[in-house]
Design a protein around this ligand. Sequence first.
Ligand SMILES: [Zn+2]
Length: 416
Amino acid sequence: MSTNLISQAAKELTRRLDQLARITDVRGETTRTFMSPAMGRANALVGAWMHAADLDVREDAVGNVIGRLRSKRPAARTFVFGSHLDTVKNAGRFDGALGVLLPIAAVEVIRRQGIELPFSVEVVGFSEEEGVRFSSAYLGSKGYTGRLTASDFKLEDPAGRTVAQVLAEHNGREVAPPRAAHAKKDLIGYLEVHIEQGPVLEAKGLSAGVVSAISGQTRARVGFTGHAGHAGTTPMALRKDALAGAAEFILAVEALAKARSPLVATVGWITAHPGATNVIPGSVELSLDVRHPRNEERRAAFEALEETAKAIAKRRSLGFSVKATQDNGAVSCSGSLTELLERSVRACQGSSLALPSGAGHDAVIVSSLTPVAMLFVRCRKGLSHHPDEYVQPRDLEMALAIVVDFLTRMAYQPAS
Ligand SMILES: [Zn+2]
């Protein structure tokens, strides 16, 4: 019975996730960064599991480990699964690793069921997503999709070594930014399985949900300037308190986001000058992070917040400045792949839930090459980037059953 096969494979998946988590650059933690010794060992281990699942295994020039199940059909296109094998410092067991090891398990189940897929399957363990070593994310998926540039190669790690140097050492020769692993026409699509890193699935009592879109982000620095003055001798009516203005703005940010769900907006840090107990704050700088799955809504919200800040500054006779530091567009998931995935989720779980991803993922980069879909898996308290990151075994089993069902549906009713 396939349910037996799936529950056995899910147990093995748990064991593998534990084993992979012990591969680390820092003893007692799970820490793996781009091209580190632990990444080499992780690729070897994951490559061995891919091999055991009858995948042909290779590693590309940027350290992505790639397993391929070649269809016997001539000119068959390829469906890609993937996520990242690097981690943040002192990470958990599931972020990234789940999206590599679960598809390997799914392919094993499909093979044991004797299902012949009419397309090839590729499972990719991306070498870099978290941006830890070079303060720049997605080096692995950018390499796979042919999006690495000469300026990416000049990025330096804290030891002053460049991406180009690290890659030359790894490959035993100088390497140029690689071309895409596949032509667009040869690909069907991409599915990334990832922990939710948020509390929505837990709140709804569901093991898994389907990502509708990956939110775009606007980040900015906002400044208010007033007049520093004596806290004891300046009457309240004559003050230009930059921090009081900023406080009003922060509450306005919260109120706007609450009124425009699924908008999320955050002020993450604030500095007040001169920063003394007995001095009225003369100037303040703060960060603003605005995210929404739709670009128009995100831009409109950002503009509304800019207007609000201006109005607060005017009313309080403060100076005001805003400088956008980042503007990343939203990525929408493929309608046909998402629909198929929702069918699998409903078939296995009874009901499905669509939710936006507030965090970026490899799927953002891969979407430049082929249509993408994402499956989110419940994690305890939404916690991630932490050793206590946890996915219940029954949720792993559910996610595996969904991906097996998805592959089976693709085999019999391929997405156009
Ligand atoms: Zn991740």
